[in-house]
Structure formats: structure tokens, C-alpha cells
Design a protein around this ligand. Structure first.
Ligand SMILES: C[S@@+](CC[C@H](N)C(=O)[O-])C[C@H]1O[C@@H](n2cnc3c(N)ncnc32)[C@H](O)[C@@H]1O
Length: 232
């Protein structure tokens, strides 16, 4: 899976790729994350990428020419390719969208900054618009990394065992069951006995029951969907 990220701050993207599971996934060739800087596509000597908004108002708006030229320079892979725009105005990102996007061969991601994109960038590129929540960040790099990281976990070879993603929260519409590791007792709190007896049928039953209990308590909205067999 190849990710092409259009960003004014490529180091922000690269810094996340330099550690842990993402680093391993890139080194082993499971994913490839390439950055492209719209600033390299400006036509003026000051490398200006933003300007004041027509009609007045605070902040600076990203100019269309550097973004569109940068986008058009990205090689679209012959297979399936999709373009995303990170914006608080987009559809809320979920595990379901992550699964859907994991089927593509290439994902091109536009990261905004300052006051965001000149509207004509949307009109020309026609990206799928994605938000990571109803709040506003200073730039699209953190949202892009959330999307990349979440999708990369779905691709075989990223996690040590692909099975380890199967039980994660949201995979079946429920939150994950409680997890325990050594020691068996800590500050008087004991690991539930059922997890220690090696009876996998009982363990599975216990875990499903716990998933339901905690989803009901923490995310009643998810539980309602689960009950009606609606997929998340
Ligand atoms: C300060 S924001 C611009 C917000 C824009 N003025 C608005 O109100 O819709 C700058 C950039 O950060 C990114 N961004 C901020 N919050 C985001 C969110 N919740 N989801 C996805 N991207 C976000 C987008 O790329 C956006 O262009």
C-alpha cells in the first residue's frame, strides 16, 4: 500500500514513520509513505503558498496553484487509487471507512494548514473529505497520520500477527474485552479466574460478555447498532 501525502510539513509525517510498528511496516515494504510539498511547486521566488481570504476575515488560505500542481505531479498507480482531503468538514473517520480504504493500492492525502484550502482545490481535485472528529486542529498532518496508521494496521504484515487486529474494539461493532497480563495479582486486584484455567470456550464466553457490558456502559450508541446488527 502506498500513501502519498501532500503536506507543507513533511517532517511531521516522517517523524511518526520513524518509530515502532510503522517503521517496521515501511522497512519490510508493507507500506510506503511518500511526502510531497506544495511549496516546491510555487511559481514565485518567495515560495508563497497562502494568502489573505477574499471577502476579509482572519488567517491565511492555501492557494490553489501549488496544491493542484503538486497533486497533478503525483504518479497515480495503475491499480486502485483514491484521494482524501483532511478537513473538519469531512465525513467522520471510522473503523468501517478504514477497512474500506485498506482495499486500495494507493491513497493520496491532502493536508491543509492555516485557515484551510481555497475552495477551488476541492472543485478541481474532487477528493473524498475525511474528518477525525468534531474539533479543529492546526493542520492535517495528525489527521493524516491517524488515517495512515489505522489503515496500515489492517494490512497483513504490519502487525506481528494479523489476528491481533481481529479482536480490537469496533471490529465486530463492540469495544474490546478487558485485558490482563502478569502478575496474577497487583495491589490486591486479581486477574479473573476464568482467564487462568485454559478453557477456551469459557474464556470466549467471558470475553464476549465483557465486551457487551463495557460497550453498553461506555458507548450505548454503539451497543444499539450492535443489537440491531447494523455494521459500524
Ligand atoms: C485550522 S484547520 C482549518 C479549518 C477550517 N477553517 C474550517 O473551519 O473548516 C487547518 C487544517 O487542519 C486540518 N484539520 C483540522 N481539524 C481537522 C479535523 N478534525 N479532521 C481532519 N482535518 C483537520 C485540515 O487539513 C485543515 O485544512
Amino acid at each position: 500500500m502506498r500513501f502519498d501525502v501532500l503536506t507543507l510539513f513533511p517532517e511531521l509525517i516522517q517523524s511518526h514513520m520513524d518509530f515502532s510498528i510503522m517503521k517496521r511496516a515501511e522497512e519490510s515494504g508493507v507500506i510506503d509513505v511518500v511526502t510531497h510539498n506544495p511549496r516546491d511547486y510555487t511559481l514565485d521566488k518567495h515560495k508563497k503558498v497562502d494568502d489573505t481570504p477574499y471577502g476579509g476575515g482572519a488567517g491565511m488560505v492555501l492557494m490553489p496553484q501549488p496544491y493542484v500542481d503538486c497533486y497533478e505531479s503525483v504518479n497515480k498507480l495503475a491499480g486502485q487509487s483514491i484521494t482524501l482531503m483532511m478537513t473538519p468538514q469531512g465525513e467522520p473517520f471510522t473503523d468501517k471507512i478504514s477497512n474500506e480504504l485498506a482495499q486500495y493500492d494507493q491513497i493520496i492525502i491532502l493536508c491543509g494548514h492555516y485557515e484551510g484550502f481555497d475552495e477551488r482545490i476541492r472543485e478541481i481535485i474532487k477528493p473524498r473529505e475525511i474528518s477525525i472528529g468534531d474539533f479543529v486542529l492546526t493542520g492535517g498532518e495528525l489527521p493524516a497520520l491517524c488515517v495512515i496508521d489505522s489503515i496500515a494496521r489492517k494490512i497483513e504484515g504490519t502487525l506481528g500477527k494479523i489476528e491481533s487486529a481481529h479482536d480490537d474494539s469496533f471490529s465486530d461493532g463492540l469495544l474490546e474485552y478487558p485485558q490482563y497480563t502478569k502478575p496474577r495479582e497487583y495491589r490486591g486486584l486479581k486477574v479473573p479466574e476464568v482467564l487462568l484455567n485454559g478453557n477456551h470456550k469459557l474464556i470466549d464466553e467471558f470475553r464476549l460478555e465483557q465486551k457487551i457490558i463495557r460497550t453498553k456502559a461506555k458507548r450505548p450508541d454503539l451497543y444499539e447498532k450492535y443489537k440491531t446488527k447494523e455494521t459500524y
